[in-house]
Design a protein around this ligand. Structure first.
Ligand code: CO8
Length: 258
C-alpha cells in the first residue's frame, strides 16, 4: 500500500506504522489520519501481523493535530463534519495489541493517540502534553479522560489547565508510560517486546487486552466477572491445552490461535 504521510512495514509478526511529516513535527492532518486508519485496517486483516507498533521520529511522535489545517474551521464545520471521528479514533477499536513507541514531542492529539494505544514505551527524550488550552481549545480526542485515568486528577488538571509538558521520567512515575529507555534503544526495545508478544496465542492476547481495557469501562465486580468468563473460555481453546502441555513437557508451546 502506498502512503504519502506514513511509512509502513510488516515483518516477523509485527506491523509498524511510522508518522512521516518531519517538517511539521508529524502534526496530524486529515490525510495522515486517513492513511493511518487504512494501514491499521490492513494490519488488522493480515493474519501474519500479531502486534502493531505506532511511532514517529526521534524529534516528534506527533506535535498534535495540524493547527494550520483546523485554524479556520467554524463550529458548523467541526460539528456537522464530525471533526475527529472515524479514523481519528481507529486505534481504540483495534483488536490486536498496539504499542506506542514515543520519542520527542507527544502533544495534544499526539499524546491522545499514544494514550489510545495499549501501552506506551518512551525514550528518555519524550515529552507529553495537552497544550490545547494555549490555543483556546480543549482536548478533543480523549485527552481529559484517558490522561486523568492514567495519571490521576492532580496531574491531569496540572497539564490540561497549564499546558505544561511532562518529561519521560515523570510520565513513567505517574503511570502514563510503561517503560523509559535511552532514545537510541527505543525501537530495539519496542521490537523485542513486540516479538515476545507475537509468539503468544493471538486469540488469548485479544482476550487479555479486552479484559484490561474493560477495567476502564466498568465497575470492579463487573470487570472481575467479565475476566472470569474469559478465563473460563480459555479452557475451550486449543492454545490453553497446548500452553499447559508444553509447560509440563518442558518444551516451547506452538500456539495456533484457536
Ligand atoms: N500543527 C501544525 N504545524 C505544526 C504543529 C502542529 N500541531 N506543531 C509544529 N508544527 C510545525 C511548525 O509550524 C513549524 O513549521 P514551519 O517550519 O513551517 O513554521 C514546524 O512544525 C517546526 O515547529 P517549531 O519551529 O515550532 O519547532 P520547535 O522545536 O521550536 O517547537 C513545539 C516544537 C514545542 C512542539 C512547537 O512546534 C509547538 O508548540 N507545536 C504545537 C503543539 C500544540 O499546540 N499541539 C496541540 C495541537 S491542538 C490538538 O492536538 C487538538 C487535538 C484534537 C484532536 C486531534 C486528534 C488527533
Amino acid at each position: 500500500m502506498a502512503f504519502e504521510t506514513i511509512l509502513t512495514e510488516a515483518k516477523d509478526g509485527i506491523g509498524v506504522i511510522t508518522f512521516n511529516r518531519p517538517k511539521a513535527l508529524n502534526a496530524l492532518n486529515a490525510q495522515m489520519i486517513g492513511e493511518m486508519g487504512r494501514a491499521l485496517d490492513a494490519f488488522e486483516a493480515d493474519d501474519n501481523v500479531h502486534v502493531i507498533v505506532l511511532t514517529g521520529s526521534e524529534k516528534a511522535f506527533a506535535a498534535g493535530a495540524d493547527i494550520k489545517e483546523m485554524a479556520d474551521k467554524s463550529f458548523n464545520d467541526a460539528y456537522m463534519g464530525d471533526f475527529i471521528s472515524g479514523p481519528w479514533d481507529r486505534i481504540d477499536s483495534c483488536h490486536k495489541p498496539v504499542i506506542a513507541a514515543v520519542s520527542g514531542f507527544a502533544l495534544g492529539g499526539g499524546c491522545e493517540m499514544a494514550m489510545m494505544c495499549d501501552l506506551i514505551i518512551a525514550s528518555d527524550t519524550a515529552k507529553f502534553g495537552q497544550p490545547e488550552i494555549t490555543l483556546g481549545i480543549v482536548p478533543g480526542i480523549g485527552g481529559t479522560q484517558r490522561l486523568t485515568r492514567a495519571v490521576g486528577k492532580a496531574k491531569a488538571m496540572d497539564m490540561v489547565l497549564t499546558g505544561r509538558m511532562m518529561g519521560a521520567e515523570e510520565a513513567e512515575r505517574s503511570g502514563l508510560v510503561a517503560r523509559v529507555v535511552p532514545a537510541d534503544q527505543l525501537m530495539d526495545e519496542v521490537m523485542t517486546m513486540a516479538a515476545t508478544m507475537a509468539t503468544f496465542s493471538r486469540s488469548t492476547m485479544k482476550m487479555a487486552k479486552e479484559s484490561v481495557r474493560r477495567a476502564f469501562e466498568t465497575t470492579l465486580s463487573e470487570g472481575v466477572r467479565y475476566e472470569r468468563r474469559l478465563f473460563h473460555a480459555c479452557f475451550a481453546t486449543y492454545d490453553q491445552k497446548e500452553g499447559m502441555k508444553a509447560f509440563i513437557e518442558k518444551r516451547k508451546p506452538k500456539f495456533e490461535n484457536r
